[in-house]
Design a protein around this ligand. Structure first.
Ligand SMILES: Cc1ncc(COP(=O)(O)O)c(C=O)c1O
Length: 384
């Protein structure tokens, strides 16, 4: 019997369905395998820290050293990066954010103008596509080439397209689950330098890297790379805190740092005391919980190979190297233009591939952050 001190392997479907969260309530009575939230119980140190705040009536303005002082979670960020990833950074470029996409959008706004090009690996997490389109920037997609990407083609296009200003790097990659290893990051850095691109590196999935893979923060490649990078991340994905709203940025790029420090006060809001308290507990006391989560996701990502053989033969899937998201090519199953709609009719809510842009046709994204039993029942239901 596998030990399960955090109750990650034994989830009750009725309890999940009763949870007042979008994952389970937006599509009642279906298996909810869409949005990137986990089904696992809250990590005990996070629950204790939040209970303590309430029990001590500490929901007033926090005492963090003034209205614009960095939060304790932001102050902890350099230590967290150094310990977990060997990335040494100075606190003076670290800024609190409300969420990761806020940081992405702010960097696009301050470091490019409408009409400028933004490089993005495709398929892509859809809020990046929305951020590019809504801000009037142009998408410059990096197409897939087998299991990798066609960087030669991108480099060649950038030699003729002088509008490119930014590269949004989703590292590790959602929805592909791809970990960019050092060689590939160096290739990206070299192209970014040649075409003078700012790199916005979204590393929100970094802590959910599977055994055998290593996350290398993009800005840790060297000083020149760091000086053209804006890193955005949060404790929210790995510790399942998305509703609390806190994220952090390291503005290696001086112009973005200057923009953040000269914005009118209150313009970006302020960090939420519960979110910051939870992030501090996550980064200081929850390593055993995170390890246990990685164990279950690792088991689920492998087991999905067998579940697909059994219930969805013909579907193609490569277990993700990071994230708890599985990217399934179901194009051989003859489910029409929108396979997610067919799965919906069969009682399963997955994320539809086409919303991730080019390369998403014939695909769906399935959430693996649940118990092995719920995953098994979900995939069995997908078979109809
Ligand atoms: C790559 C990536 N970035 C950002 C987010 C969202 O982060 P936030 O809610 O902090 O904006 C997600 C959520 O799934 C994500 O997968």
């Amino acid at each position: 019997m596998t030990s399960d001190p955090f109750g990650l392997r034994n989830l009750d479907l009725d309890d999940l369905r009763a949870r007042r969260v979008a994952k389970w309530q937006a599509h009642p009575n279906r298996f909810a395998a869409w949005v990137a939230d986990m089904d696992f119980p809250v990590a005990p140190p996070i629950a204790a820290a939040l209970h303590e705040l309430v029990d001590r009536h500490e929901l007033g303005y926090p005492n963090w050293g003034g209205p614009y002082a960095p939060s304790p979670a932001a102050k902890l960020f350099p230590e967290r990066m150094s310990e977990r990833y060997g990335w040494a950074i100075d606190m003076d470029r670290v800024h609190d954010l409300v969420d990761v996409i806020q940081g992405v959008r702010a960097a696009i706004h301050h470091r490019s103008v409408p009409g400028d090009g933004i490089v993005l690996h495709l398929p892509a997490y859809h809020p990046f596509l929305d951020s590019i389109e809504a801000s009037g920037r142009r998408l410059l997609g990096v197409a897939r080439d087998g299991d990798g990407f066609d960087y030669d083609d991108l480099d060649e296009r950038l030699r003729h397209d002088h509008t490119a200003r930014i590269w949004i790097l989703c590292h590790p990659h959602n929805p592909l689950g791809h970990v960019f290893e050092r060689d590939e990051l160096e290739r990206i850095a070299e192209i970014a330098a040649r075409h003078d691109l700012l790199v916005i590196s979204d590393e929100i999935h970094a802590d959910i890297t599977m055994p055998g893979h290593v996350h290398v923060p993009f800005a840790s490649l060297g000083d020149e790379v760091a000086s053209r990078t804006v890193t955005v991340t949060s404790a929210s994905k790995a510790f399942n805190l998305a509703g609390l709203r806190w994220a952090v940025t390291h503005a290696g790029d001086r112009r973005f740092h200057d923009a953040l420090t000269t914005l009118p006060g209150h313009y970006l809001g302020a960090a939420n005391v519960m979110a910051v308290t939870a992030a501090v507990a996550a980064w200081t006391e929850c390593a055993p919980w995170l390890d246990a989560v990685i164990d279950v996701v690792d088991e689920n990502r492998r087991r999905l190979v067998d579940l697909i053989d059994e219930h969805l033969p013909g579907a193609r899937y490569r277990p993700p190297d990071a994230t708890y998201l599985a990217w399934l090519d179901v194009s051989a199953l003859d489910l029409g233009d929108d396979p997610a709609e067919v799965f919906r009719e069969r009682g399963v809510e997955v994320s539809a591939g086409p919303q991730f842009g080019r390369g998403g046709e014939g695909h769906v994204r399935l959430n693996l952050a649940t118990s092995p039993d719920v995953l098994g029942a979900t995939v069995a239901a997908m078979a109809g």
